[in-house]
Design a protein around this ligand. Structure first.
Ligand code: PAF
Length: 288
């Protein structure tokens, strides 16, 4: 595996691969590589000849009171794990390399509407930071396909939309959420949980499963179902941020006419904010 900090070095190596006719896959990460990232890399390696992983803890996507400084940085372990799992090129640029000398003056990317709902409402500016960095990374690497986890479902939709709107020549692929045996979605932030919080954490996924069952059994009072879901989370020790049942494409609150749904949730366990989602398709309402 080659490991480079400079975008120009990455571009030279990628040009060489393209000359050889290799397809290129990209897995953008903020490091602290875990099994969820490795599932993205595995899919990338299945589908592309040459795999690129980026590690960049993006300051623009953290709010002033969020965990940018505390975000787990484990570069040496990450590099070793990625090399063992067949990554071809690791790009780990500095903030200056990505944003120039004056990050506050850098051009930003904003995806209207999708970036304002749910996580966007709770974390103002977060999705502008994500959209801005992902646009740069897609542009630096010019991969055939870029892989993102569906755990961050809103982020996935937003990136797919920005790539389509900006006419970027990279296919955006979503990879299913990897879970622990008890259902907890894999995330770097799980490392913040105390032993007691870790025991309570699967209740987030179980609540989403319960909601899925209610909908499958014919219940359509979505705001009532969501309110009961929030109560269940509170009883399990969470402080819910949001829990919504939405149209899986627009993320607008679902109505009776919607057939492809996503249940989105974010909740705090102590100081740790966990997110998860489940998607489901329901049958059309039979004509009267
Ligand atoms: O999902 C993440 O790890 C980040 O939001 C991403 C896509 C790497 C952008 O910084």
């Amino acid at each position: 595996m080659r490991s480079v900090r400079r975008i120009s070095d990455a571009r030279d190596l990628l040009a060489e691969q393209r000359r050889r006719g290799c397809s290129i896959g990209l897995v953008p990460t903020m490091g602290n590589i875990h099994a969820g990232h490795l599932a993205l890399l595995e899919r990338c390696r299945e589908e592309c000849d040459y795999s690129v992983v980026t590690i960049f803890v993006n300051p623009l996507q953290f709010g002033p009171n969020e965990d940018y400084a505390a975000y787990p940085r484990t570069f040496d372990e990450d590099r070793e794990i990625l090399a063992r799992h067949g990554c071809n090129l690791l790009l780990h640029p500095s903030a200056e390399e990505v944003y120039g000398e004056r990050p506050e003056l850098t051009t930003r990317v904003h995806v209207p509407e999708l970036s304002e709902r749910w996580c966007g409402a709770s974390r103002p500016g977060h999705f502008d930071g994500v959209a801005t960095v992902v646009t740069r990374l897609l542009n630096f690497v010019q991969a055939d396909t870029a892989y993102f986890g569906l755990k961050d479902y809103q982020q996935f939709l937003l990136i797919r939309k920005l790539a389509a709107d900006l006419g970027l020549n990279t296919r955006i692929a979503g990879v299913e959420t990897l879970r622990e045996d008890d259902g907890l979605a894999r995330s770097s932030r799980n490392a913040y949980l105390s032993a007691i919080e870790r025991q309570a954490a699967p209740a987030l996924y179980l609540t989403l499963c319960g909601i899925t069952e209610e909908i499958r059994s014919g219940e359509r009072d979505y705001s009532g179902i969501a309110a009961r879901g929030r109560e269940r989370l509170t009883l399990a020790g969470f402080k819910p941020d949001y829990l919504g049942i939405c149209n899986a494409h627009t993320l607008r609150p679902a109505g009776i006419e919607d057939q492809e749904l996503v249940i989105l949730a974010a909740a705090f366990l102590g100081g740790t904010r966990l997110i998860d989602n489940l998607r489901l398709a329901i049958d059309p309402i039979p004509a009267a």
